[in-house]
Design a protein around this ligand. Structure first.
Ligand code: FMN
Length: 360
């Protein structure tokens, strides 16, 4: 539905500083898995075209991308752990920068949200050997989840190092930084949540202990590339991928520790009226990015209001960006949005990916 154009001084169109990154507007592209990388996780020319089309975003946060082979969650998601993958990201960074944009890669380790068929026969790893309920998409179609292998305490520094190495590769490829995916039930979230973390070592139990692994990963990435190029996404209470949390006490602990590290931004996926958001906002008074979740697609006027009223400093927008490469222009002009084709979200070709038209 077409609306009024935005006033030139609308808050959405003002710049915001996210650590080392100056976003010229506050309409960020949310991370969106699209399963179009090569089979070995190498990002390709089609992806470069897709991201370059969306360079008008204040900042592009890419699809979740694994920092290590065992972190691959789904078929045809990109990785950030081989030379070929790094070269693929360099092509994407060049394309986006050439189109005037900014881009960080979302580092996503699937943890138990994966399957041996996706991992060349390997068993997925997790904080605890607890099988998630439900099914997952694999190269051989939908399959039941398997019981993951519990990571030993002495293995954890190696996993931390993999994240830091991927962060180094991202910056070496010319990307502007990374976002740690600590949301939606993937590995980092699995550590925070008591439903998936039953560890009895220093990484399970209390809120401090459950936050510890995520803090160690963030710290290692900050040391590798600078804290001002590291953002993080969390989704407190979001029971996606069968992650369950009997309380949200790990989040204020985590936010305090990450604030002390000086991370570029905190990205929260939560409905705007949740109590935890108020609590996090007190701990994180600036550089807070909000995504209001799957319930309702983010719309322009809600986004502007959330920033105007101080709930957040920028919004991350998912589905509208997927279907509208020139979303910032459309929101600015009050233009109609394209119709989404959800059946083409995950996997496939240019169709439903790079063929959504921009305004003439
Ligand atoms: C096709 C699709 C893929 C997604 N992939 C990711 C992902 O890789 N990482 C992530 O953190 N969130 C992912 N999400 C969640 C979005 O970032 C966002 O939170 C969600 O779409 C709700 O925001 P929206 O109403 O603006 O679309 C995905 C959502 C969709 C629809």
């Amino acid at each position: 539905m077409a609306t009024e154009p935005l006033a030139p001084d609308n808050i959405l169109l003002t710049p915001v500083q996210l650590g080392a990154i100056t976003a010229p507007n506050r309409i960020l592209m949310a991370p969106l898995t699209r399963n179009r990388a090569d089979d070995d996780g190498t990002p390709n020319a089609l992806q470069a075209e897709y991201y370059a089309q969306r360079a008008g975003a204040g900042l592009i946060i890419t699809e979740g991308s694994q920092p290590a082979a065992v972190g691959k969650g789904y078929p045809n998601v990109p990785g950030v752990h081989t030379d070929a993958q790094q070269a693929g990201w360099a092509r994407i960074a060049d394309a986006v920068h050439g189109a005037g944009g900014r881009i960080v890669v979302q580092l996503m380790h699937g943890g138990r949200i994966s399957h041996p068929d996706t991992l060349g026969g390997a068993t997925p790893v997790a904080p605890s050997a607890i099988r998630p309920a439900g099914k997952i998409f694999t190269p051989r179609g939908e399959q039941e989840f398997v019981e993951p292998r519990e990571l030993r305490t002495d293995e954890l520094p190696g996993v931390v190092a993999e994240f830091a190495d991927a962060a180094r590769r991202a910056v070496a490829a010319g990307l502007d930084g990374i976002e740690l995916h600590s949301a939606n039930g993937y590995l980092l979230h699995q550590f925070l949540a008591d439903g998936s973390n039953r560890r009895t070592d220093g990484y399970g139990g209390s809120a401090q202990n459950r936050a510890r692994f995520v803090v160690e990963v963030a710290k290692a990435c900050a040391e590798a590339i600078g804290a001002d190029r590291v953002g993080i996404r969390i989704s407190p209470g979001h029971q996606f991928n069968d992650v369950t949390e009997s309380d949200l006490s790990a989040y204020p602990v985590l936010a305090e520790r990450l604030r002390d590290l000086g991370l570029a931004y905190l990205h929260v996926l939560v409905e705007a009226d949740e109590k935890i958001l108020v609590q996090l906002r007190e701990l994180w008074p600036d550089r807070l990015v909000l995504n209001t979740g799957f319930g309702q697609e983010t719309d322009r006027d809600t986004a502007a209001r959330l920033i105007d009223t101080g709930v957040a400093d920028a919004v991350a927008v998912g589905r509208p960006f997927l279907g509208n490469p020139d979303l910032v222009r459309r929101w600015t002009e009050g233009a109609e949005l394209n119709e989404l084709r959800p059946e083409l979200f995950y996997g496939g070709t240019a169709e439903g990916y790079t063929d959504y038209p921009a305004l003439p």
